[in-house]
Design a protein around this ligand. Structure first.
Ligand code: CA
Length: 82
């Protein structure tokens, strides 16, 4: 059985969202990306660019929905693919 990537992502998201605020700050996002299997680590500038592009409400943090739609649209792999 293949785990649902969305479920796995939600699990990591909740682990890292320590205050339960429902959003990830850039530092937390960095840890999350480091925990996604088969994904190359993202350097800081790429991470910030990804965050900026994915942050649809512009609050500087990513909600799970913002993150999931970014990953669903393969925007993240565009940053990690060489
Ligand atoms: Ca946001």
């Amino acid at each position: 059985m293949t785990p649902n990537p969305s479920q796995a992502l939600l699990k990591v998201f909740q682990l890292l969202d320590r205050d339960g605020g429902g959003v990830l700050a850039p530092r937390e996002l960095h840890k999350l990306i480091a925990n996604i299997p088969n994904l190359a680590p993202l350097d800081h500038m790429s991470l910030l660019a990804f965050l900026y592009e994915s942050d649809s409400d512009g609050d500087g943090c990513l909600t799970f929905e913002e993150l999931r739609s970014a990953i669903d649209s393969d925007r993240l792999t565009a940053y990690t693919d060489e």
